[in-house]
Design a protein around this ligand. Structure first.
Ligand code: SF4
Length: 330
């Protein structure tokens, strides 16, 4: 353990001085011995405090258009390729979205995202509803507005910017080399292009992935490396909650400690970015949820996820109070 302890402290010092860690160092973090987990967390926590202080960001989402997606992402209950029995519905009205946004604000969210299923939004009515919803969030609340609509044309992106859109969300899901194992209907580069375009347009870009979908440590480091290279602003971290009917319904690849190591990896590789723990937190972290902050996360999603329920918001807020963490206010 002595060698591990010395090495993790030297990596921490490197990161605190502003230097990056390499691929091998990333694998070292993911392979850290379980008996030394608190040493790893202590280092990740110091990096979090250095760059993010003791503040956490809370975000919430609405699933504004559910299911019937043309893509075949193997983890996703919204894909039309699988019989998952979820409730599907077309784009909801802007009024429904603003109502949810205001409820999220009351719960302490700082950011609110309008998420739609599908490769992109094409229908004029859906685009209109999205733009109207973003304008209302911008005008009627102090929330940072976000959307995750897939691929959009330039004209729509400009209209969203004019309506006050703050963040654009688009996950890469996993590493470039593992991606063909989970999706065959589009290329990784299509997703990278969307992210680059959103960055070029000056949006705050939220881009991360989902872990526990059969990938190995090497793919986790590869994804972290790609996100660092892209220089995205915020990294949402999802852990697989296997959905009945999907090809990954029987997957069980993660332990709570592995989840913590993945969060620590991201904090070491993207020290200045927001690391936000999202879907699958409850089922994968179990009673280790408070440790996500020691592992380096500085935010979490509260409320429900896209097709699954989240934890009771009051329990999450009480967890933050007990940890002495402040929610980043306006
Ligand atoms: S992850 Fe997104 S693109 Fe993939 S199937 Fe689900 S809704 Fe469609």
């Amino acid at each position: 353990m002595k060698n591990y302890s010395e090495k993790i402290l030297s990596l921490e010092a490197k990161v605190l001085k502003g230097a990056g860690i390499d691929f091998k160092d990333g694998l070292f973090i993911l392979d850290y011995p379980e008996e030394g987990i608190f040493e790893l967390l202590a280092s990740a926590n110091r990096i979090r405090i250095e760059f993010k202080k003791n503040e956490v960001r809370l975000c919430s989402i609405i699933n504004a258009k559910s299911g019937l997606c043309s893509e075949d992402c193997a983890f996703c209950a919204q894909s039309a390729h699988y019989d998952t029995g979820i409730k599907t519905y077309p784009m909801v009205h802007a009024e429904t979205i603003i109502k949810e946004a205001k409820a999220a604000l009351k719960n302490g969210a700082r950011e609110f995202s309008v998420v739609t299923s599908g490769k992109g939004i094409k229908s004029a009515q859906d685009i209109e509803r999205l733009i109207e919803a973003i304008r209302k969030i911008h005008e009627e609340t102090p929330l940072e507005s976000c959307t995750s609509p897939g691929i959009l044309d330039d004209e729509t992106l400009i209209a969203l910017k004019d309506a006050g859109l703050h963040s654009f969300h688009h996950n890469l899901e996993t590493s470039r080399s593992f991606f063909p194992n989970i999706c065959s209907t589009h290329d990784y580069e299509d997703d990278v292009k969307v992210v680059r375009k959103a960055m070029d347009m000056g949006f705050h870009v939220c881009c991360g992935g989902i872990f526990g979908i059969g990938e190995e440590d090497i793919h986790r480091v590869e994804l972290a490396h790609t996100l660092a290279e892209l220089d995205v602003d915020s990294v949402p971290v999802n852990f697989l909650n296997p959905r009945p009917g999907t090809p990954l319904m029987d997957s069980d690849n993660l332990t709570p400690l592995k989840c913590l190591k993945i969060i620590a990896l991201l904090r070491f590789m993207l020290p200045q970015k927001d690391i936000i723990v999202c879907g699958g937190r409850e089922v994968n972290l179990k009673d280790m949820q408070p440790l996500i902050f020691a592992a380096g996360a500085n935010g979490m999603m509260i409320g429900n996820y896209l097709t699954t329920n989240g934890r009771n918001v009051e329990d999450d807020l009480s967890m933050l109070r007990h940890l002495g963490l402040r929610s980043k206010g306006f």
